[in-house]
Design a protein around this ligand. Sequence first.
Ligand code: BGC
Length: 375
Amino acid sequence: MTEQGTVAPNLVEASLRVISAGQTASGAILAGPTFSQYGYCWFRDGAFIAEALDKAGRRDWSVRFHGWVAKVLLAEAGSQERARAVARAGGVPGPDDYLHCRYDADGRPSHDETWPAFQLDGPGIWLWSLAHHLLHGGQLDGDLHAAVQIAARYLGDLWETPCSDAWEEHEDRVHTSTLAAIRAGIEAAVSMVPELAGEAAIGRLRDEVGGRMAMTDGAYTKWDGNPEVDGSLLWMAAPYESVSADEPQFAATLERIESDIVSDGGGVHRYRSDTYYGGGAWPVLASAYARVLLRRDAPGDLDRAVAGLRWIEAQADDQGHLPEQVADHALAPHRIDEWRELWGESAQPLLWSHAAYLSLRAELAERVDLGPPPA
Ligand code: BGC
């Protein structure tokens, strides 16, 4: 019981409350409203959160997020046109042209020169999430229909352009994980607006993107020339389902992920050399790993997927807030304090962590009796 005598919410209810509290009147969903740096809505975080909302039966909230994205894409259509022209001429678009990755509560793009804002995975993940929304009964109304075309054409012309990855790093690279998000997004776009398949740039993207993904010793890696694996590569198989979990290259990647970044203490690190807040283990990646195991079904996979859920549940604080990352088995513990001094404690709650929990729980609940969520 809480102080007021009401029953404390369980973690599923708490997760929905946290997400709902982070959704603004415009439909944007702020990534981590209490963390100094995360008072923004990212396409990436929001798209994964919308997926979880659809799975949790809150299509009334996810539809507002998709509507917000459509508004942003339509409002920024001119800058995306300019970015496409620059990319077609072989250049890299500047900050006044490309679509920014994060927006404040009033819908203004963040303009922080020290924080790279050009990320092509976001529109890709959004397109994928919108197609998922339609499968859950959502409608492709006028604005959304137009926004799908804008985003798909933008990706069609820009997909080979270097940009920051899902972790907002290495803006001078073409990241495998970003290409995977773009592939998932373009296939989703074509499924929603089939005429797009006839456009030359989109056709070339679909034909060539798989071949551009960096590989070392038969496994996907971060970028061409960097043999590290990255936890965000898990998303190819779950949730995007662009490859099966048994595809040889993905299976080899999974083996590397298990040996290099699945944490001894539970959870999954982003990549081996991560130092952000010491390079802890991330619930969003623990969820992705468990969801991959559910799509593979080798002996022991289901048990390990349940263990992943239990690990995430154990990270909630007494208010039912899930963190961005957990430092218990940090890869670089000596690098934690510098971030705390700079920005304070790392984000908790992180809304995407709550979404990752909801999505994994929904998928597991179709297979096993999980009992009630923890209070
Ligand atoms: C992560 C991004 C995420 C952002 C907001 C960053 O630290 O690297 O993936 O979009 O936080 O959650």
